[in-house]
Design a protein around this ligand. Sequence first.
Ligand code: BGC
Length: 904
Amino acid sequence: MALKRSAIGAVVVLSAILTACAPQTRPSSTAQHGPIEVTGLRTNELDHPLALAAVGPSFSWKLVATARNTTQAAYELRLAKDDGTPASWDSGWITDSKQIGVPYAGATLAHGQAYVWQVRVRDNHGQTSEWSPSARFETELDIAADWHASWIGATDPAATSAIFRKVFELPRAPVRARLYVSSLGVYRTFLNGEGTDGDVLAPGWTDYNTRIPYQAYDVTTQLHAGHNVIAAMLAPGWYAGNIASFGPEKYGKSPSLSAELRIDFADGTHTWIDTDGSWQTAPGPFRQADIIMGETYDARGLPDHWDDVDAAPEGWTAARIATGSEAHTQLLHPQDDEPVRVTAKRQAVLLPHQPTADARLFDLGQNMVGVVELKVNAQAGKTIQLRYGEMLNPDGSLYTANLRSAKATDRFTAARDGEQTYTPTFTYHGFRYVEVTGTADPADVLAVTGLVQGSDLPWTGKLDTGNPMLDQLQSNITWGQRGNFVSIPTDTPARDERLGWAGDINVFAPTASYNQNTYTFLSKWLRDLRDAQSREGDYPGVAPNPIHIESGAGWSDAGITVAYTLWHSYGDRRVINDGYASMTRFMALLERRAGPGLTRVHGPWADWLHLDDPTPADLLGTAYLAYDARLMSEMAAAVGQTGDAAQYADLAERTRRAFVARYLHADGTLGTNSQTGYAMAIGMGLVPPAAVATAFVKTIHARNDHLATGFLGTPWLLPALSAIGQKDLAWKLLLNRDYPSWGYEIQNGATTMWERWNSLKPDGSFGDVGMNSFNHYAYGAVGDWMYRHIAGIAPLAPGYARFAVAPTPGGGVTHGGGSLESAYGRIATSWNIEGTRFSLDIVVPPGTSAEVTLPGVDSASVQESGQPAGSMAGVSQMHEVATGAMLTLGSGHYVLTGQIKQPI
Ligand code: BGC
């Protein structure tokens, strides 16, 4: 076999080269302080990426230390090719505490090359760590030089799905093999009959006219000497399938696939297998494969052994080379967020009451997102149908009216008799219930298992609420998150929508960023949003936006607020730098539109789905302008744009003053007296809280201590009550169980967050069927308050380098806590009230400090591990404040106790 291109690097040797070529450093005396270690190395916030942008990688790590009050004083970082050559970059010792987003400063990295890097640190106690275990990454391909693969499609350009295969021969087993693959449409790839990774719906959704993501898979162990076969399946996906209710073909008509398999041998040679006209294709089993409508799968279209080397398929023809191939190739871009995967499995149970004799209705016990694995006793040629619903009708049948035009129906036609398993490949659904019809006997449905799918983000947060109803609320929030984070953050996974609505993620991002590490996922979506930015500078209502949905206050602002949330939650400034030019264009547009009077009226949605408690669009728009400007001022300062920082601070203050002048009345009322108006004005720091506190509380009492807020107001509601000293009222709203409240949903059996407070009305009927999803995360934004007030954990400096720990017990809850795997390491809290004794167990990771408030506690009584706290290592700045005892803790594990001297 001919080698097609010159080698771009020698064969990888998986050895700890860096360790081998560097002099070993012994840590200095650890007697006094215990050792310090470096762990958790991440490159561009990813673990071992296989196609990392070659320009500007950045590095992050965590420290493990037993000594209290440990911070990094200096670090040394070195990087080498993973091929046995010596370190190509060594930073030398740098006196800096920076552990997050440390930029690479060596020579330009090669493309398609494996690298390893390590770091060692010196701490503030003078100890030096060992070199860390090495982290590995590979760089992206040089698309112009290396991507020779064609884009191939079905022979018939009108076909929307197809299968492909190619047999090739290898002289010997490889030492390394990487499959780089992308598609316009969605694909699955197989080597020698085995799937190449667990990725689902790859390459994911972007604006395919601007960038097309490609994936890289390690397939070394899937190849062998002799004949091998690579195979693929291709379907329309977001590219040519239905988008929401707007119909198909929003980017193009005919899906196509492009793949490059690079195979390296021990002797330093390598070869490539690319998609080209030598690949064979057949129509395959997919009669329909649509994300919104579902999948129709005829197993007779997939010959046995279709992806075996030995099969000599009949009726296969040469793949068609898609037109525009070169233009598509230029848009290739390595995926830099977590792929969609199957993240869990759930067994469904057969419902005790079956509404009809010929159907089998199953319950997953959880409103979930993904597909099912159907185990069935089938008959050749007979079609079995699966339908999905989030709820049941009063008569026990499947409720599908709220799916609107989404058919959400899968059909499976068996190729043979007997027991077999069917799992849809190129669709997904939002459902709790599954109805199976079409078997010869309903008892032929042997088992239904839910395969939970979503972008596979690391879970980082845990809440211990001390209250079963709140535990369920937290569960509902996280299920809403995992089901709606599917390549992009969607509004709902079930009906004919599933769009990246900006307003929804604007309000939910802070909560989401406690629950999971959202950095790469939401950074990717911010790029989608920038790709869809209008020429004028406005951000759209949804991203990606092939259907040209307009924008509005609280929606377009996600371009600023989500970036700020990511920076603040993870401390990595790349998200600011990457979006800076775009964000400043957006701000300039807002300022221009607001005019000298600084009034912003923008967009149609206002405080979406509020309960008869409207807030004027100009009040919302102006509030967001002031808020955006303040966040921009902080972000500009963080990236050294001091001039901009001052200008944005000035814009924020001028807009705030204009807001006060226009909306704050002499009697302490604000605007039209809506709950949302007060909550946002207080939460965004636009009015002195005391000035509006009484009027705000009145709006809650006027609703019999219930909420009336929509999407924009809800995240601010409890924080604003806490800010005006109405913690008990905040707790009351949180713990309400009657309509409208979070608890009302739970009382009514919710296992995810509902779109509307009245998605199910108090009389038991369904809410407005025109728009009624049972899996919408916006009202889950209350999770942010729960983490801040029940776990008590809140960031004070980006990445939690400094954070507050201030639990505010209430509602009769006597213990709580939580944890967060922060960029610096694990933060954990656990508090308890026993009589007049308050105790707090707290873990502060190295590199950070915690500003702790023990609620209502007499500072003189505070002890740490049974000793007066003030004398203990790591404890400083003990003092008393109105809300209790305050102290600052350096890193370490502390057990604090104190006497409660005032009601908390
Ligand atoms: C979506 C929302 C979205 C809204 C815009 C709805 O159809 O489901 O979540 O934010 O439109 O108002």
